[in-house]
Design a protein. Structure first.
Length: 323
């Protein structure tokens, strides 16, 4: 049962992907790649296609709403990446306003003819498989995933990923796993289940309830790449590894920052959100938030992490004394 790292814009840098693979993820996705930006030969966008350490293959998630542009840039990606490309995944699930207002992401669920044309043209343009990631629907209360999945399969999608929320929900409420099960029964291509997998037992429950062919984990992996080894163990019927200690979490945050620094230079403002995720719930982390928001270099981050670790040890000792 494959366990996949979901494509997440602003999160799936090559350091994070490398750490998730190290912790057991079977496959990773790039951040969302704009077909329009690629068509303008945008170097910043092209760097999103770089492979992480240990990443033999990677799935590239492409977004846009112009079938010709999507097909042309998918072919370019395939030519550039060769066998390092796992497959092209077309984003039809992103609910972000800046994406959907242009007709991209989940807005494509409101223009099914365009969505079908994109998959048809991209599938004709590349030899690698083409997959589609979408949601339960676009508007609040909408439930069109089964019909949409059949359409995508007919257009040439080799697999589909279903997130059990509408775009209107963003990430609020609970994911509807029943819609994933209904899609699984309705199509013959593999179905990847996505939404609210927060621990190993959630992965087991998702598979049992939906019959999905793979499990995708997104937000629960932020600052927590260990969730992949926990999910893999649970799915195999083995005991889940213990939750990482404070020291382990801080050590991983340091590694992530060092890997980003090596790639991006010592100015790594990008690391701020990652380090906050790693430290969530650690005693003293809330107080360190202001300091972390001021960090710009690897040395800055390490200095704050040193102080935080000292605080955590002190809180632990004080708590043990009280008990």
């Amino acid at each position: 049962m494959p366990v996949l790292l979901a494509p997440m814009a602003g999160v799936n840098d090559i350091a994070f992907r490398a750490l998730c693979l190290e912790c057991g993820a079977d496959l990773t996705y790039t951040e969302m790649v704009s077909s329009k930006a690629l068509s303008f030969a945008n170097e910043k966008t092209r760097h999103l296609l770089d492979r992480a350490q240990g990443e033999r293959v990677v799935a590239v998630q492409l977004f846009g709403h112009e079938p010709d542009t999507m097909a042309r840039e998918a072919a370019w990606i395939e030519q550039e990446m060769g066998e390092a490309l796992a497959y092209i995944d077309i984003n039809m699930g992103c609910p972000a306003r800046k994406i959907v207002k242009k007709g991209d992401g989940c807005a494509l669920m409101t223009t099914p003819d365009v969505a079908r044309s994109i998959v048809e043209q991209v599938a004709r343009a590349v030899e690698h498989p083409v997959t589609v990631k979408f949601r339960k629907g676009y508007a609040a209360g909408e439930d069109i995933a089964v019909e949409f999945a059949r359409m995508m399969e007919g257009a040439g999608a080799a697999a589909v990923t279903v997130h059990g929320r509408t775009a209107a929900q963003f990430y609020s409420g609970e994911a509807d796993w029943d819609v994933i099960a209904r899609v699984k029964r309705a199509v013959s291509v593999p179905v990847i289940g996505n939404g609210d997998v927060k621990c190993g037992q959630d992965a087991v429950a998702l598979v049992r309830q939906t019959g999905c062919d793979a499990v995708m984990i997104g937000r629960a992996a932020q600052g927590n790449p260990w969730i992949f080894e926990q999910a893999k163990a649970a799915l195999a019927g083995a005991p889940e590894p213990a939750a990482p200690s404070v020291e382990t979490r801080v050590r991983m945050a340091r590694r992530h920052a060092a890997m980003l620094s090596e790639r991006m230079g010592n100015h790594i403002v990008y690391m701020r959100k990652h380090v906050m995720w790693y430290l969530h719930g650690i005693p003293g982390a809330a107080r360190a938030r202001g300091e972390l928001n001021q960090c710009v270099t690897l040395d800055d981050f390490n200095a704050v992490l040193d102080r935080l670790l000292e605080d955590a040890y002190r809180f632990e000792a004080e708590d043990a004394f009280v008990r």
